[in-house]
Design a protein around this ligand. Sequence first.
Ligand code: COA
Length: 273
Amino acid sequence: MADTEPVAIVELGVDDAAAGLALSTEARWNQNEADWRFFLTNGIVFGVRDGTHLVATAALLPYSAGNAWISMVLVTERWRRRGIATRLVDACLDAARQRGLTTWLDATPAGATVYGPLGFTPTLQLRRLRFEHPAHEAPAMLANSDVGALSARDRRAMGFERNALLAEFGARTGSRILSHGSAMALTRDGRTARQIGPLVADNATDALALVDAISRTETGPLLIDAIASQETFIAGLTGAGWSIERPFQRMRFGRATTQSEELPFAVAGPEFG
Ligand SMILES: CC(C)(COP(=O)(O)OP(=O)(O)OC[C@H]1O[C@@H](n2cnc3c(N)ncnc32)[C@H](O)[C@@H]1OP(=O)(O)O)[C@@H](O)C(=O)NCCC(=O)NCCS
């Protein structure tokens, strides 16, 4: 593809997982190949190739009750600022429109500049926090929980169910679903850090106690994508040595279809909501 040629958008398949991973790794994102396989198997993933080389992607992941997530909007550095991300997100919106889906996304600051003009409106904000060196201290009391209990709680927080996603996460090697008091969270592997989320709890005290207990059992870096308005939770994390890495802006295209009954403390990740 010469620099001046119009780009062709193609639908990707599960064989593109390694090429997708190369793009998210270039952006220093945390997704691993299992994440890409989930999108390519359960979602509709569009891409642009330069010859055989994948240079851009965007994914539409249908959930339930007329909702879907858009994510993995990635354009390799050399192909940026030529409208490729805009066209790929447009393709996702077309696919969503055909299926009658309201679309959501969690945007990086760079992404928000692409989505605003397309008609996405801001909803809540997230803060990504990172804990570099868990101390691996004496473990606190932690109970194993099951994916059914987490799915039920996640449904109240999202306003719709994501059973397939949480079941797939829970079945991965290295995933754990743990609870402490009223708090419950899933921890899973990522490319460079393990991610805690979704995390649901009745209060910030229980949410912080669970994160503390989990981090005592971990040896590598950890990530949490916290809801920004959970200020006591975020202040507790930063006080315990977590650092705020970046903001994400949640945005919606289309009418709100459902109402959530509670706010989670942390989401599954900006790519999954
Ligand atoms: C964000 C990203 C996907 C944009 O891809 P792109 O193909 O360059 O985007 P487009 O060409 O469609 O940009 C459309 C408009 O968005 C705005 N925009 C895009 N990137 C921008 C940037 N880095 N800074 C400021 N404005 C930007 C501009 O208004 C642009 O229009 P213009 O080029 O006519 O001024 C790309 O920079 C990228 O992969 N970044 C790293 C990963 C990332 O943050 N992805 C978004 C996840 S939510």
